[in-house]
Design a protein around this ligand. Structure first.
Ligand SMILES: *Cc1c(COP(=O)(O)O)cnc(C)c1O
Length: 397
């Protein structure tokens, strides 16, 4: 038997090991079956062991895994073409993770600032945001727990409250060094916080007015999750820069930093790089992810089932005392309680359902894009029962 004695203590995993999966289901080492309403934190949008993904990985592995960016990579060019088509963006840099995609975005913003002769370019970032665990991205993150102990932080980030346009305008008035805004269209780790419908439009206007880059972190919201390919497509705007990762490779590590025609010209040879970034295996897999989301019409499914689940929860939970708010966009769903509820993760596991709690008191559901109504009903019923039972217990105590 393997132990965790030789693993660094960065995680405190639950006492369960999954051996295989199929679609929205996982099986543990004792052959128990679970419904996965988290899909590896918004990664396995196509569920587990999707045959198209398995075929692409095995075929590509048999051909070629890696050559380096010293040579042309056809799969990388093809994926960039596909991403340009579905996003309207112009150029892509490929990385291995979300944090690295954001690092590329931050470097683009700084180069952009220096091109404008701004010596200390600043990027506006939000309270309760999450952008990753590297030094620059944890400095951009709006969560003290992520930063504590890692000081000195990377300079050049200016913090503003989320969903507050006036705060951004007042920074614009007082700070001539700002070059960009980095923001999540829906805050994921921060508790599935959905801003006002015109928030991104207003940020776009401010960025246009001041010549700032609008940089969207769509690492969690992208690839169909919210019922559009990208969450910004719920608005009538285009960002200058957008980052992706999580669901892009359905479990094969890949990140991407996309930029529009102007911002896409900022990076020049020698400015940035990655040994693995954009290798043939990861790009072939991500191309199949794009094709499969299209072919199986999963974006429409995310939209429909998202509404269905949201309605289900509203019916069962909105009148319950202790339930503060139920919110969602596509299959990114949060149920905020008025008290800490992380114990629900384990209780759900005992009911063979995988869920997550973020920001202490928000149940976060990120089921695969291909779930059906029957599976959605299981999620609605199981989570509602657990919430009601746990609130009862707390009220009695
Ligand atoms: C997960 C996440 C990241 C970090 O991605 P990693 O692949 O873990 O580095 C950054 N931004 C957002 C919005 C995320 O959800």
């Amino acid at each position: 038997m393997a132990t965790h004695e030789h693993l660094m203590k960065t995680y405190a995993p639950l006492d369960v090991t999954f051996e295989h999966g199929e679609g929205a289901y996982l099986w543990d080492s004792n052959k128990n079956k679970y419904l996965d309403a988290l899909c590896g934190i918004a990664v396995c949008g196509l569920g587990h062991a999707h045959p198209a993904i398995t075929r692409t990985i095995t075929e590509q592995a048999a051909k070629l895994l890696h050559t380096s960016n010293l040579y042309q990579i056809e799969n990388q060019q093809h994926l960039a073409d596909q991403l340009a088509e579905i996003s309207g963006m112009s150029r892509t840099f490929f990385s291995n993770s979300g944090a690295e995609a954001n690092e590329a975005a931050i470097k683009i913003a700084r180069l952009y600032g220096h091109q404008k002769s701004i010596k200390n370019p600043g990027i506006i970032v939000m309270e309760n945001s999450f952008h990753g665990r590297t030094m620059a991205t944890l400095s951009a993150t709006g969560n003290r727990k992520v930063q504590a102990g890692f000081e000195p932080l990377v300079q050049g980030f200016v913090r503003a409250p989320y969903n507050n346009v006036e705060a951004i305008e007042s920074i614009a008035e007082n700070n001539n060094d700002i070059v960009a805004i980095l923001v999540e269209p829906v805050q994921g780790e921060g508790g599935i916080r959905i801003p006002d419908a015109d928030y991104l439009n207003k940020l776009r206007e401010i960025c246009d007015k001041h010549d700032w880059l609008l940089m969207l972190d769509e690492i969690q919201t992208g690839m169909g999750r919210t019922g559009e390919w990208f969450a910004f497509q719920h608005n009538s705007i285009q960002p200058d820069v957008m980052t992706l990762a999580k669901a892009l490779g359905n479990g094969v590590p890949i990140g991407a930093c996309l930029a529009n025609e102007n911002a896409g010209e900022i990076m020049q040879p020698g400015n940035h790089g990655s040994t693995f970034g954009g290798n043939p295996l990861m790009c072939a897999t991500a191309s199949t992810v794009v094709d499969t989301i299209k072919g199986e019409e999963l974006i429409a499914n995310a939209r429909d089932l998202g509404k269905y689940i949201l309605n289900g929860f509203s019916e069962k939970l909105s009148a319950i005392e202790g339930v503060r708010e139920i919110r969602g966009l596509g299959l990114m769903i949060g149920i905020e309680l008025d008290s800490e509820c992380s114990e629900l993760v384990k209780l759900a596991l005992e009911k063979n359902l995988l869920i997550n709690v973020t920001a202490g008191n928000v149940i976060r559901l990120l089921p695969p894009l291909l779930i059906d109504k029957q599976q959605a009903d299981v999620i609605i019923d199981t989570v509602s029962e657990l919430v009601i039972a746990s609130l009862h217990k707390k009220a009695a105590a």
